[in-house]
Design a protein around this ligand. Structure first.
Ligand code: ADP
Ligand code: MG
Ligand code: ZN
Length: 479
């Protein structure tokens, strides 16, 4: 990702609001199923459709899961919290209010640590609260706009960050970390494409030292890339507007994936426009400390703990370790590979470069046995194969997994380190390109690289590159 550049000394200030769908079997206030992808309006009942006279009953697992999210992000868990009605009309909200939490959320004052180009940075989490999702509007070209209520009442947590983020890279790093942490706890699938993790970006600009500017909000971004692009574009737009002397309006803006532009949707409501009030049908949530302790004991080893272990056990950089822990399945894979090999650091590098490049999409599975990756790393580290061959082996095992040594033998990829043989390649390369050798000696030293490439080709990519380079240099000096 290219590093973003500040324009005219304006710093961007960003706070993220992230909605995560919880993986409970049933909805937050009724026993309807939360399964994704069912026929429209087959998973709803009078409660989640808000018929008068029905009563919501809070699903305990929602509280349990939200508390796990809070504990995993170092939040303080409120002993006493309550649920409030947020009143607004929209066709996907049959009740005309959403049950959420206003002034007393379940979790407060947490943080996450992310890797930035300046090292580690802590980003504050203001709060995590529970709420219900709305339904979905389906725009059909013939039938018009249809309403699917299956999503009404699906449980969500909203995770609100402090305005601590200063670059698009930090925003993406925060989101990646949050996604990893939540996924490790097992409370959500965190699939951005399916909408089980959605992000709203709040952004303003100011000169460092001056008060924050007015913010705009971009809603429901569903990939890391759109978050980054929306931020870059909105920053540019705000700087441009301020330069022209225009005022930034507090509003909700839409980010269009195709044009890469943001456009105004509506002026942003203030909290008092929603007429929040405590839901009279729901009792306050009172949590006994020993219950919270019990839930805390369920937490698995989280990304930061694994990251620290990889740095101390295998000598990885913070940046490399952060990438490996970004997905639990990938981290588990790396650990299995690392345990099976004498070259764990090389295995980590091969994973970050080759394996990540070949992996496609969220939740994709690596088709190579972890011990095989460990073996490729070992062959590379001991010099049995060179780094170019290591890439070829991984690509081959990707389509047909087998013992790496069998493939290396069959494909003739063993590294050639015999000096006599390597000298032969050097001599032939120089004989085949006398013009290059001559120009080299007249001062075009860059041609040394081309000659080296020619010699490497003659070895079918198998030459030990360090030895070959040394012999090539010697030969060119002698002439
Ligand atoms: P709302 O509920 O209206 O969206 P919140 O107070 O919950 O408002 O804040 C939403 C997000 O906006 C938070 O993530 C916060 O960090 C961020 N935020 C607040 N002020 C600014 C600002 N001046 N610039 C950028 N982000 C901001
Ligand atoms: Mg908001
Ligand atoms: Zn229902």
């Amino acid at each position: 990702m290219a590093e973003w550049k500040m324009i005219d000394g304006y710093e961007m200030v960003i706070g993220l609001e992230v909605h995560v769908e919880l993986k409970t079997r049933t909805k937050i206030f009724c026993s309807c199923s939360t399964a994704f992808g069912a026929e429209p309006n087959t998973q709803c009942c009078p409660v989640c459709m808000g018929f008068p006279g029905t009563l919501p009953v809070l699903n305990e697992q929602v509280v349990h899961y939200a508390v796990l999210a809070g504990l995993a992000t170092d939040c303080t868990i409120a002993r006493y919290s309550k649920q409030d009605r947020k009143n607004y009309f929209y066709p996907d909200l049959p009740k005309a209010y959403q049950i959420s939490q206003y002034d007393l959320p379940l979790c407060v004052n947490g943080h996450l640590t992310v890797e930035t180009s300046q090292g580690e940075k802590r980003i504050g989490i203001t709060r995590i609260h529970i709420e219900e999702d709305a339904g979905k509007l389906v725009h059909d070209p013939e039938k018009g706009t249809l309403i699917d209520c299956n999503r009404c009442g699906v449980p969500l947590i909203e995770i609100v960050s402090e305005p601590d983020i200063r670059t698009p890279q930090e925003a993406v790093a925060y989101l990646q970390k949050l996604k990893a942490v939540i996924a490790y706890t097992g409370i959500s699938d965190c699939r951005m494409q399916e909408g089980s993790l959605r992000c709203d970006v709040n952004l303003s600009i100011h000169k460092p030292g001056e008060p924050f500017g007015t913010r705009t909000e971009m809603k429901n971004l569903n990939s890391f890339q759109s978050v980054q692009r929306a931020i870059e574009e909105e920053y540019r737009r705000q700087v441009e507007a301020v330069r022209k002397g225009e005022e930034i309006v507090q509003e909700t803006r839409r980010f269009d994936q195709t044009s890469g532009k943001t456009s105004s949707m509506r002026r942003k409501e203030n909290a008092n426009d929603y007429r929040y009030f405590p839901d009279p049908d729901l009792a306050p949530i009172v949590l006994a400390p020993d219950l919270v302790e019990k839930w805390k004991a369920e937490l698995p080893m989280l990304p930061d703990a694994r990251k620290a272990a990889y740095m101390s056990d295998y000598g990885l950089t913070g940046y490399a370790a952060e990438q490996l822990v970004s997905d639990k399945a990938l981290a588990d894979y790396f650990e299995a590979a690392a345990k099976s090999t004498t070259a764990p650091k090389t295995a980590a590098n091969l994973m970050i470069t080759e394996v990540f490049r070949l992996l496609e999409g969220e939740g994709a599975v690596i088709p190579i046995a972890p011990e095989h990756l460990g073996k490729v790393a070992e062959l590379a580290e001991t010099g049995a194969i060179n780094s170019g061959a290591a890439k070829k082996v991984i690509a081959a095992l990707w389509t047909h997994d087998e013992e790496p040594e069998d493939y290396v033998a069959r494909a003739g990829l063993r590294q050639e380190s015999d000096e006599g043989v390597l000298r032969g390649y050097v001599r032939r390369a120089m004989e085949e390109h006398p013009d290059m050798v001559e120009s080299y000696h007249r001062g075009k030293v860059n041609l040394g690289k081309a000659l080296m490439g020619a010699a490497m080709s003659l070895s079918a990519g198998r030459a030990n590159p360090v030895a070959l380079q040394r012999l090539m240099d010697e030969a060119l000096q002698q002439k």
